[in-house]
Design a protein around this ligand. Structure first.
Ligand code: ADP
Ligand code: ZN
Ligand code: ZN
Length: 756
């Protein structure tokens, strides 16, 4: 094979005599590890390497898998990290070991990886690690098979009947493994071997199994009319335009948003391109998958953390060679090496779950838009309660807007009612108001389903000693221990700490003085069981549903009406369609409104609207009862009036003057150290060197609300700038000025969603 010179790289290093004898091809290789950038290697003369090729290289005494990277950055100036690189002498470059037999990463994906790294201030190798996960970092063990040699010399071979059988079988041109051949012909493996030794059969490597069916865009299209029809037409058009655009598909719960965006996927398939659907919680996938296969005749490929190594590998390869034409997945699916991606749908775009809070801290919704922009394809973001970020983009004309204002099939939105707990308090030690209990009873009597929602796992969020006031706290975190009575333990919801429920107060030693304060869903379940002993109960939380399969089973039970009363955490708020559910009771509508979170109100209204949307999705009307101590709060008022727009306009008016997102930019610095002194010292250093100037402000340092997490002491600073100021160069300069102690660390969170 002729050797092609690597683009933009001089073939010879004139300063080096030994290297000039053979040409030295210097290439960059990015490793999936937290180094500042790619390393240089030498491409052996017989290896024709191109950017994107997946290669094995030496690193110290080990060998690692990496990707041949581009010599020059394509990033815009304000994102590109400064170049400080000192070139390794050509003679000292170590050679690439081999290239793996995997599809190369596209230029578009490499550019995306660089972009995400620069935007989030993360080493590019860590972003690459999301694409090149562990399971893909080894050479695939190809299955070997046999084909007929091109011009075998049959004269030299005695054609026994057994041998003839094999030749006849392979005459159809198909490649087969030894086992396939012996099974089909009944000859022994030895016969195959003899034929191979004689040069009559040639070895071939069989590609991996391709398990993905091809979705058929015309399999079962819905009947669309009116607003659904026009939204579908508009959405299909964004796909056929074949260029970058972002569209917000907004519509009340049950209006048919899913139905409509499946049409965009159909249009994408008709163009012969791949589509990606990002869902916040893969638990949703059971009902979603069924929907998909009803529309397209086959199941899509799935991607999330629990699918297992083999499925991951197949989906990765299916994305890379295009055989998986539709992939539905959690946020990390955004980093799959698509062959020909033509559309991304982000369903429930307002969900905080799209933000990854560890490792590479990124928002998959926003990075989906970036990927669309870099590769020039449309992105559709979908929600009944869009985020203020997205609404601001609509208002600024950056995003298009399609609205489905009514529920499909004449179903009505549930009627919301706020129950003032000051006027209708629950009995002492209980949590359901008599008014709510009455409505639950009436609904069950009508053989309809009821859902009680409380976004709190366990039995009680706080355990207190009645004698001395001692509170049971996590020894490693600034957090109360949550009682899980079913498991008879106290457990921390921020770390792995779990301890048995102590028989006496650890502080004063009083017996039987520890008291559960406040409700979790286990406690609500206990209360409901006493009130409605005949009702068939189902508890839905991450503690009771072990994984997607268990969730699917629970959902199926609800659909089959084998359940009367559902009690759950936010898992029940997802896009489920439960036609027989007509009453939703929100146990504590005020939960989530406290705290210093910028988006507390927005979040609460999104969550409660979503929960409420589970009711009355078929012909019977639904009722939603919100138990609250603050019925006058704007969030309750907005839920009552159903005027989500007005609420978001108020939110916007509150955030604009202070340049809070989306009207300004925000980056959080989270300082952590193993002692409080070290944390304070590092935070103080950052405080002293804080950037300043027109449109730039630094808030803090201040102790984080979670001042201790997993034994690390935490402080926070916030950098807030006007929208036209990029935070990345400021942060790079700032972080470059501080000299942190070995035990201290700073994590950067661009566009923070969590303020803990
Ligand atoms: P959303 O995603 O807005 O909550 P869905 O797409 O889930 O709404 O639609 C709600 C229900 O109505 C689903 O059961 C869906 O199958 C049904 N539906 C919506 N539009 C149509 C249509 N045009 N034809 C038939 N069924 C529809
Ligand atoms: Zn005590
Ligand atoms: Zn803890």
């Amino acid at each position: 094979m002729a050797q092609k010179p690597f683009p933009n790289i001089p073939m010879q290093d004139s300063g080096n005599l030994t290297a000039s004898a053979c040409s030295t091809t210097r290439i960059s290789v990015l490793l999936p590890m937290p180094f500042a950038g790619p390393f240089d290697y030498r491409a052996p003369a017989d290896m024709d390497l191109q950017p994107g090729d997946i290669v094995v290289v030496p690193l110290g005494k080990r060998q690692e898998t990496g990707v041949v990277w581009d010599a020059t950055s394509s990033l815009p100036a304000d994102l590109a990290p400064p170049v400080t690189e000192k070139k390794v002498d050509a003679a000292r470059l170590r050679p690439v070991v081999c290239r793996l037999d995997l599809p190369p990463l596209s230029a578009e994906l490499r550019q995306f990886i660089d972009w995400v790294a620069a935007y989030t201030l993360t080493p590019p190798g860590m972003v690459l690690a999301m694409t090149l996960r562990l399971h893909m970092r080894a050479a695939p063990t190809p299955t070997m098979g046999w084909a007929l040699a091109e011009n075998p010399d049959l004269n030299a071979l005695r054609l026994t009947p057994a041998r003839q059988k094999v030749l006849d079988l392979l005459a159809d041109g198909n490649h087969r493994t030894t086992t396939d051949i012996t099974n089909a012909t009944g000859v022994s493996a030895g016969v195959v071997k003899e034929l191979a030794n004689a040069g009559v059969l040639r070895p071939v490597s069989l590609g991996p199994e391709r398990p993905f069916g091809q979705p058929d865009a015309h399999y079962n299209p819905p009947v669309l009319e009116g607003e659904q029809q026009s939204a579908a037409v508009a959405l299909r058009q964004t796909v056929t335009e074949n260029r970058f655009s972002v569209t917000l598909l907004e519509g009340v719960t049950g209006s048919g948003k899913t139905e409509i965006y499946l049409e965009a996927i159909a249009a994408c398939l008709e163009q012969g391109k791949q589509a990606l659907i990002l869902l916040p919680e893969i638990a949703l996938s059971a009902q979603w998958m069924e929907r998909f296969s009803r529309r397209f005749g086959v199941q899509p490929a799935v991607w999330h953390s629990e699918i297992g190594q083999r499925a991951r590998r197949l989906t990765w390869l299916g994305a890379a060679d295009g055989s998986a034409s539709v992939i539905v997945g959690a946020r990390s699916a955004l980093f799959l090496p698509f062959h020909n991606l033509g559309l991304i749908i982000v369903d429930e775009e307002h969900e905080a779950l799209f933000k990854q809070e560890e490792g590479v801290i990124y928002n998959a919704r926003d990075m989906a838009v970036v990927r669309g922009q870099l590769a020039r394809f449309p992105v559709v973001v979908v929600s009944a309660t869009p985020s203020l970020e997205t609404l601001a983009n609509v208002e600024a004309g950056r995003y298009r807007h399609l609205v489905l204002p009514t529920r499909h099939g004449g179903a009505e939105l549930p009627e919301p009612r706020v129950l003032d707990l000051r006027d209708h308090p629950p009995p002492r030690g209980l949590f359901l108001s008599p008014e709510l209990v009455e409505d639950i009873g009436a609904t069950l009597e009508r053989q309809e389903q009821v859902m009680l929602f409380l976004n709190r796992r366990g039995y009680a969020p706080l355990t207190l000693c009645r004698s001395c006031g001692h509170r049971m706290e996590c020894p490693h975190c600034t957090a109360w221990l949550v009682e899980h009575r079913n498991r008879k333990v106290l457990s921390c919801h921020y770390c792995d700490h779990t301890e048995p429920m102590p028989p006496a107060c650890p502080q004063c030693g009083s017996d039987h003085s520890l008291t559960a304060i406040g409700p979790g869903i286990e406690r609500i379940t206990e209360e409901a069981r006493q009130l409605f002993p005949d009702a068939r109960l189902l508890v839905m939380s991450s503690d009771t549903l072990g994984g997607p399969a268990a969730t699917a089973e629970a959902v199926a039970k609800i659909s089959r009406r084998e359940v009367d009363l559902i009690i759950g955490t936010q898992i029940v708020a997802k896009g489920w369609h439960f036609p027989h559910l007509t009453l939703v009771g929100v146990v504590d509508a005020d939960l989530g409104l406290g705290g210093a979170d910028l988006r507390a109100g927005e979040r609460t209204i999104q969550l409660l609207h979503q929960v409420a949307g589970r009711a009355g999705r078929a012909s019977s009307p639904g009722l939603v009862i919100l138990q609250s101590y603050a019925p006058e709060h704007p969030v309750m008022q907005a839920l009552l009036s159903g005027d989500f727009d007005a609420f978001m306009q108020q939110e916007a008016a509150q955030r604009k003057p202070g340049f809070w997102p989306p009207y300004g930019r925000l980056a959080a610095l989270i300082v952590s150290a193993d002692t409080p002194v070290a944390a304070d010292e590092a935070a103080a250093q950052l405080g002293r060197t804080a950037p300043y100037g027109e449109g730039i402000q630094v808030l803090g340092p201040a102790p984080a609300p979670l001042a201790v997490l997993r034994g690390r002491h935490r402080r926070r600073l916030l950098l807030r700038t006007h929208r036209n100021i990029a935070v990345q160069p400021i942060l790079r300069r700032w972080l470059g000025m501080v000299n942190l102690a070995r035990n201290a660390k700073v994590d950067v969170d661009i566009d923070p969603v969590s303020f803990l």
